[in-house]
Ligand binder design. Structure first.
Ligand SMILES: [Zn+2]
Length: 287
């Protein structure tokens, strides 16, 4: 009996120590969650959790929720996009000055945002830039959690090969759209367009949650008519009211492009969303 009791105590201690050794990675929003899943998912003793709920979309104007604060308290590393996407970082640093912060977009040159003084931080939609982010995430995790460094590196390598294949596939499929002009409702697709030779002729609103004003709608209608644009690209995470009004006024059609800020949560989610974007773009231009 006494021996059994001892065995039980030892087992309990083992379980407790295993839990204590768990390395908890926290990501700020969906694209960082998916990229990080591909680097750190499935490793024993490592967990990846996402802070903003998947329904949030882009983090513009996002404020930290109680749930986020709890997750921050427990995290061992935080993966952020950077470039000003996480405007709540001051509060993170105040809460957890000791928390290693991995900035995925480190070293990527960003364009200015249409909102003055800010950068356009939506770099993850260009698969080549996403690859740089994956490398930064893997390097940052290896530094913060050296025990699993080799596994992070091996996973990243596999994912980078998949991203390279995706990029080649997108380049091929979007070649007929070279020079085509697109109008979007949020400046998420600028890097994707640039990578594959399309031109963003207009971005209707920087704040995707906000409906454009009557004046902005009228100006966009003029631009659409002037350029002879036949297609508008709305996003699944945001209301399509404005897009439908503009389409009604100008005779353009509305298609839906996904900025990859919400989804199934599966590691393949990034590639699936991008393939669907390619399909929609080709369909919109009659390819
Ligand atoms: Zn955004």
């Amino acid at each position: 009996m006494k021996r059994l009791f001892l065995i039980l105590i030892v087992l309990c201690m083992l379980v407790l120590s295993a839990e204590a050794e768990e390395f908890r990675i926290l990501t700020t929003f969906y694209p960082m969650y998916i990229l990080t899943q591909n680097v750190a998912g499935g490793i024993d003793g490592v967990t990846v959790s996402n802070m903003a709920e998947q329904t949030v979309g882009c983090l513009h104007d996002y404020t930290l929720q109680t749930r986020d604060m709890v997750m921050l308290e427990e995290a061992d590393a935080l993966v952020i996009n950077g470039g000003g996407m996480e405007q709540f970082m001051d509060r993170v640093v105040t809460t957890r000055a000791d928390l290693p912060v991995i900035e995925a977009s480190k070293g990527i040159e960003m364009e200015p945002s249409i909102e003055e003084g800010l950068l356009n931080a939506h770099v993850w939609l260009d698969p080549q830039m996403a690859s740089v982010q994956v490398k930064n995430i893997a390097a940052g995790l290896a530094e913060a959690d050296p025990v699993h460094a080799e596994l992070y590196s091996a996973n990243a390598q596999t994912f980078l090969e998949r991203l390279k294949a995706l990029d080649a596939e997108m380049e091929e499929a979007l070649r007929p759209l070279n020079g085509k002009e697109i109008i979007t409702f949020h400046e998420a697709f600028n890097y994707l367009a640039r990578r594959y030779g399309m031109v963003v002729a207009g971005v209707i609103a920087n704040e995707p949650g906000e409906e454009p004003s009557t004046r902005e709608i009228a100006e966009t209608c003029d631009l659409v008519s002037q350029l002879g644009i036949k297609t508008l690209f709305a996003e699944p995470q945001y209301p399509q009211t404005a897009a439908k009004i503009i389409a009604g006024e100008t005779g353009a059609s509305v298609y839906v492009l996904d900025p990859c800020v919400s989804g199934s949560g599966k590691p393949e989610s990034y590639e699936e969303i991008q393939r669907e974007n390619v399909r929609v773009l080709r369909e919109a231009f009659g390819e």
